[in-house]
Design a protein around this ligand. Structure first.
Ligand SMILES: Cc1cc2nc3c(=O)[nH]c(=O)nc-3n(C[C@H](O)[C@H](O)[C@H](O)COP(=O)(O)O)c2cc1C
Ligand code: PXP
Length: 270
């Protein structure tokens, strides 16, 4: 027992354990284990206090070891639709049926004219053969990026079904009429919110933001107009990739590439 304590002493010296605390830690091990306690660095503990007696430093190896094995139906060229939008529809339906929360949440990556990248989540609000539509503040960081560099990449991260979809393309603003139709379909609070938020600008405080919201709600108690700084963007795909996780990181990646005669389907190395 003494040798064990000495070894532990040297490991945990920096938390100032006394030998009697270590003995206590070792004695309580069996009873703590029986009571369903957690194991921490060789000592079981049940209470927050006991936890502090042993080394509770997060262990980097557990992060490096964090991984999931992917295994699924193979994704074969022959199974894919001839057109990527039809394939997207199928996968979107499957993501929704699988219960993925907010399956229309997608990462949008943009870059400034100077090539400084940034990414954030936005919601997909419509798509057709012209492209994928989301709504935002045109004066936000993404809005400014897209004004000077009209290219973007979208990513749907559907981890739960071991899939991702990537869309790379050029970007244009949708018409004011189309934006207005969507804006007017949003809940009243979100419409006032769009007016109240100078998106991506620094604000002095939460109070200032709330005061601005209240002021604008008082100004338009019913139907706020459509802000001219708010609206939709459409990402016109040049490439669309469908990724399905497979065993040993030998994933399936099938990419549609737009060419003058039509979409070309290619397999990419995982
Ligand atoms: C699930 C989710 C959905 C979001 N949807 C949108 C959206 O549709 N439009 C939008 O402008 N911001 C949306 N946001 C907020 C953005 O991620 C981002 O914080 C904001 O647009 C400012 O980004 P920017 O400064 O890079 O322009 C969403 C955030 C989350 C977490
Ligand atoms: C700032 C912002 N704008 C727009 C949206 C999209 O929301 P809605 O579905 O109301 O258009 C969101 C969703 O989180 C958001 O955070």
């Amino acid at each position: 027992m003494f040798r064990q304590c000495k070894a532990l002493m040297s490991r945990y010296r920096r938390v100032n354990l006394t030998p009697s605390q270590l003995v206590l830690g070792l004695r309580t091990r069996r009873s703590a284990k029986a009571a369903g306690g957690e194991r921490c660095s060789g000592i079981y503990h049940t209470s927050a206090q006991q936890y502090r007696l042993v080394d509770a430093t997060p262990r980097p190896p557990s992060l490096a070891g964090l991984r999931r094995t992917y295994e699924g139906e193979p994704l074969l060229e022959a199974d894919l639709a001839a057109d990527p939008f039809a394939q997207f529809t199928l996968w979107f339906q499957e993501a929704t049926a699988a219960g993925i929360p907010e399956p229309n949440a997608m990462v949008l990556a943009t870059a400034s004219a100077g090539g400084r990248p940034s990414a954030r989540i936005v919601l997909l609000k419509g798509y057709d053969e012209r492209g994928f539509v989301f709504y935002t503040n045109y004066e936000s960081r993404k809005g400014r990026d897209l004004a000077e560099n009209a290219r973007a990449s979208l990513l749907f991260p559907w981890h739960a079904i071991r899939r991702q979809v990537r869309v790379d393309g050029t970007v244009s603003r949708i018409s004011h009429e189309e934006s207005a139709e969507y804006f007017n379909s949003r809940p009243y609070g979100s419409r006032i919110g769009a007016w109240a938020s100078r998106q991506s600008a620094v604000v002095r405080s939460r109070e200032e933001l709330d005061a601005r919201y209240e002021k604008l709600a008082a100004r338009w108690p019913e139907e706020p107009p459509v802000p001219d700084f708010w609206g939709g963007f459409r990402v016109h795909p040049v490439e669309m990739e469908f990724w399905q996780g497979q065993l040993d990181r030998m994933h399936d990646r099938l990419r549609y590439r737009r060419t003058p005669p039509g979409w070309v389907l290619e397999r990419l190395a995982p």
